[in-house]
Design a protein around this ligand. Structure first.
Ligand code: 3HC
Length: 298
């Protein structure tokens, strides 16, 4: 660890290292899969074939990200079926951000720009995480994430060159998603029970507050170029710090959302449960086909 070497699945590792990796990677995978729902809500209502094709590609990418991450978790000795059960039973988390509803098509752009932008801030350092399979999964995820962010920003800039109503729709969307995007990075460092140990084990390479600050500093010039503002009266450049000062997210809202009391938590889990149950026959057929294939080769 001290020599910044990668830990591989067959290496000895402290039980606590394995446990927190399963926790973080499983919840990361769950986030990717649940994250398909908010944007999926607009697949059948995209305003053009081009927008529908782009959105379809992005939602499919998220499914792939989930599969890479479940595969990385399985190298630690867990089964994705068990992880899915834990998700559906509410025993494992997924990112708070996906419990907010997508009320207008501008949300598809804002999610791409801000949510995937925040994800990039968080995931690029994870490409240097100490656990090999996780770090390698992140390399492919980050390449696709940059397409996700660019398509979102391009969608919004197109709307900003449209009508007053479209510009108002973009600003209203940004007002709704800015604070939840800051909460994606987790609680403040002084209220983060996992950060200190995860930094020591080089699972995390930066703290929650460091990455949140990096995201704010990256987003403000992009908002200015887009012609939108963020709903934070305390957001101001601090020349002494060489960074933006900004207000405090509502951590009571964050706590409620991750406790399951967000606007869309029940819907997201109900959809995931239904997809799992309705898809049981596909899993059974695939297992039967694989078993027959093994018999044929015997
Ligand atoms: N949503 C839900 N739960 C959260 C959270 C969030 N935004 N932030 C923190 N939490 C939870 C933690 O999981 C932990 O609970 P647990 O111990 O039961 O797991 C508790 O709140 C305390 O937080 P900590 O800061 O102590 O926890 P971590 O050290 O694990 O840090 C994290 C939280 C920064 C999210 C870290 O787990 C991480 O970097 N995870 C990998 C990245 C990830 O999961 N991103 C989620 C979004 S994926 C995505 O955006 C897809 C993209 O395509 C749009």
């Amino acid at each position: 660890m001290a020599d910044d070497l990668r830990i591989e699945p067959r290496d000895w590792m402290p039980d606590g290292y394995r446990k927190t990796l399963v926790r973080q990677i499983a919840q990361h995978a769950h986030s990717e899969i649940i994250g398909m729902q908010p944007e999926g809500n607009w697949l059948t209502r995209a305003p053009s074939l081009r927008r529908k094709a782009i959105l379809m590609a992005k939602v499919q990418d998220e499914a792939g990200h989930g599969l890479y991450l479940y595969s990385a978790a399985e190298t630690l000795g867990v089964e994705r079926a068990d992880l899915t059960e834990k998700l559906i039973e509410g025993k494992q988390k997924y990112s708070s951000i996906f419990n907010y509803p997508t009320l207008t098509f501008a949300d598809v752009g804002t999610i791409g720009w801000l949510v995937d932008g925040a994800a990039i801030c968080n995931q690029v350092p994870l490409c240097r995480s100490s656990f090999g399979p996780y770090a390698r999964a992140m390399i492919r995820v980050c390449k696709e994430e940059s397409f996700h962010q660019r398509q979102g920003y391009e969608l919004l800039s197109t709307m900003m060159r449209g009508t007053d109503a479209q510009r108002a729709m973009v600003q209203e969307s940004v007002d709704r998603w800015w604070w939840p995007a800051l909460m994606m990075f987790g609680p403040p460092d002084d209220r983060s029970p996992n950060t200190e140990q995860s930094m020591k084990w080089r699972i995390k390479r930066h703290t929650n507050d460091e990455l949140r600050q990096r995201f704010v500093d990256m987003s403000v010039p992009q908002a200015e170029a887009l012609g939108v503002t963020f709903p934070d009266p305390d957001l101001i450049w601090n020349p002494d710090r060489g960074a933006y000062d900004f207000g405090e997210p509502d951590w009571s809202e964050f706590t409620e959302v991750i406790k399951g009391n967000g606007a869309a938590n029940a819907e997201r889990l109900a959809n995931r449960r239904a997809a799992h149950e309705n898809g049981a026959w596909v899993r059974e057929a695939a297992m039967a086909f694989a078993a027959r294939g093994q018999e044929d080769t015997r």
